[in-house]
Write a protein that binds this ligand. Structure first.
Ligand code: AMP
Length: 593
């Protein structure tokens, strides 16, 4: 089929102001397209060559596209640059230059959809030595046979900027009308799309094998499933009411969502946007490969940076340092270790679990995953039947470095709704957050034994603020980050003389460390925020009943405050004041992870 047909449809789409006219134009185009190339036509219309997860992208550099146009028209590149500057769009500049060359009539109708698609695909894939010349040569060849209008769209495609503004959902509508027996069958098409995230493939199956084949569509290992999303509420009672009085409450880990597809030892990882991110996370790949009791499975979970010496979760931002890295990956894997918290299972050995209720999926997940310490484990979960229980779980979640909780329906209809945001998952995040701008000086009152590289040394220190009124040290954080090797050695010696076999009488703590100290050593600590805490005793009952305040993501700044007496540590009043002063409403950000 002629490429011109596609171009004519694009022109109509761009000329109209009516949504329905877009669908109608697409319906006509799809009806006319032979089934064999309908996938290519759909990808081109999306401005792509393949589904996103395959990661094959067009996006030739401007300079190369200019050189190709120049070669096709046999003019100087400078002439094209002038037109580009004037129009601001290289496609429009190409259109005008091709028109002025008066070759429109001669060329139109020569190019087929296959020819354009296959050449663009070759250009997208070619790499290594000589690839620049090869890309220019390929693009020049198709442009030489193009009409001005075709040249405009080919130019835009080559740069990866087609920008027709046609939504996937509009293409699904058009497919349903053109080939699926009418718009009322659209949900069937959408279901198939949600299960494979590949619109071209859905179109081709529909065109070649009909609607029944789409009904039979199955989850397939290797093809990412469009992720289920959560609604948001800020009142635990309201959440419970929506879910019929009880729900599974889970920690909402703040990391990177990953969908892991494992097939006989080979693992692929997809991001929430369904990009293939396998090569960036060989550590997670290994964990998943060895971590499932099945030949083939698909699990979802959150990857979170972790301090392996203390088991603490670390701020999400750290993981972004791992993204997009090709070099030094080994060093990054060591420096920023990541834990994987599995929270759903979609497929195991021939069984599609997406249609099973959540409790059954969670049971399957528990029997599937071989827990490997804190590296590979399941999302922490409780069944909550009261708002109090949910609120308490929320505080523990924040204390443990999470963003909040996700409540999940456990009713019989709690299936995995691929690609949909619904009330079967409700996230509950904090509305307010107290960002910490200043450092504080805290007194060491206890220590926890280290693990891994910190075996035999202290892993984390229990730190306290001073309650002046009653002369008591109340705990406010567990400090495990920011220590260099020399600090660990030094602290061991520094604290040795203050060791005591029980809690000091002037210390108020709910936590029981491995070693207690006489309050004596003061350290400077930075943190990301001050949060309510069910564990730390600083400002207990002051902001909320049965909760104290804690410093989240604490870090030793490197400063030993040996100039300060413990009684000169930051006071509880100061921590309270910081909490109130720095309280800000948390913006609703659509999480990109
Ligand atoms: P949202 O993306 O805003 O709809 O919130 C849901 C996101 O929370 C998911 O995309 C996951 O990345 C993340 N998340 C963290 N922990 C969990 C969990 N236990 N269950 C579901 N999602 C989780």
């Amino acid at each position: 089929m002629e490429y011109l047909k596609v171009v004519e449809a694009y022109q109509k789409i761009q000329a109209t102001t009516k949504r329905l006219a877009i669908t109608e134009t697409l319906v006509n185009l799809l009806k006319e397209t032979p089934p064999r190339i309908i996938d290519k036509t759909v990808y081109l219309t999306q401005g792509k060559l393949h589904p996103d997860y395959e990661g094959i992208e067009l996006g030739m550099a401007e300079k190369l596209v200019i050189r190709s146009i120049a070669a096709a028209l046999m003019i100087e590149p400078a002439k094209i640059e002038v037109g580009y500057k004037k129009e601001g769009d290289l496609g429009t500049a190409a259109l005008q230059l091709f028109q002025s060359q008066k070759i429109a009539k001669l060329s139109s109708g020569k190019l087929t959809i296959e020819r354009v698609y296959d050449e663009l695909d070759r250009i997208a894939r070619v790499s290594g030595k000589g690839s620049v010349d090869s890309k220019i040569k390929g693009l020049t060849e198709i442009l030489s046979q193009a009409s001005p209008e075709e040249a405009m769209y080919i130019t835009r495609m080559a740069m990866g900027r087609l920008r027709l503004g046609v939504a996937d959902m509009t293409i699904l509508d058009a497919l349903a009308i053109a080939l699926g027996g009418g718009k009322n069958n659209r949900p069937l098409l959408e279901r198939a799309y949600n299960l494979c995230s590949d619109l071209g493939y859905v179109a081709r199956v529909l065109a070649e094998r009909g609607l029944d084949a789409l009904k039979e569509f199955q989850v397939t290992v290797g093809r990412p499933i469009r992720p289920m999303l959560a609604e948001r509420l800020n009142d635990p009672q309201e959440i419970l009411d929506k879910m019929g009085g009880e729900a599974a409450a889970e920690y909402k880990y703040d990391g990177l969502r990953m969908q892991c597809h494992s097939s006989i030892g080979s693992v692929k990882l997809f991001s929430r946007r369904l990009e293939d991110i396998t090569s960036q996370f060989p550590d997670i790949q290994g964990l998943v490969r060895d971590g499932g009791r099945a030949k083939e499975f698909i699990v979802e979970g959150e990857a979170v940076p972790v301090n392996l010496e203390t088991g603490e979760l670390l701020p999400f931002q750290l993981i972004s340092q791992r993204r997009g890295r090709k070099y030094e990956l080994d060093r990054m894997i060591e420096e920023i270790p990541i834990s994987f918290f599995a929270f759903d299972v979609l497929y195991v050995d021939g069984v599609d679990y997406t249609q099973r209720p959540y409790p059954e999926r969670r049971d399957k997940l528990e029997s599937l995953i071989k827990i490997q310490g804190e590296r590979l484990t399941l999302a922490h979960q409780v069944i909550a039947k009261s708002a109090e229980k949910m609120e308490d779980f929320m505080e523990h979640a924040i204390e443990d470095g999470c963003e909040g909780i996700v409540a999940k329906s456990i009713k019989p209809d709690s299936v995995y709704k691929a690609g949909a945001r619904g009330w079967t998952w409700i996230k509950y995040k904090r509305e307010y957050k107290s960002e910490m701008q200043d450092t504080v000086d805290l007194t060491v009152v206890g220590a926890f034994a280290g693990r891994g590289r910190r075996g035999g040394k202290y892993g984390a220190l229990l730190m306290a603020a001073y309650d002046k009124k009653v002369d008591v040290f109340r705990t406010v954080t567990k400090l495990g980050s920011g220590f260099k090797d020399e600090d660990l050695e030094k602290l061991q010696k520094l604290l040795e003389p203050y060791k005591i076999p029980h809690k000091h009488a002037r210390v108020d703590s709910k936590l029981v460390p491995d070693v207690w100290f006489v309050p004596a050593v003061v350290l400077e600590v930075a943190g990301s925020e001050i949060t309510l805490s069910p564990i730390h005793t600083a400002a207990w009952d002051k902001v909320r009943k049965d909760a104290g305040l804690a410093i989240r993501f604490p870090r030793f700044t490197g400063k030993y405050r040996d100039d300060k007496e413990p009684e000169q540590s930051t006071t509880i009043e100061e921590i309270l004041e910081m909490y109130h002063k720095q309280l800000k409403k948390v913006k609703e950000q659509s999480s990109t992870a």
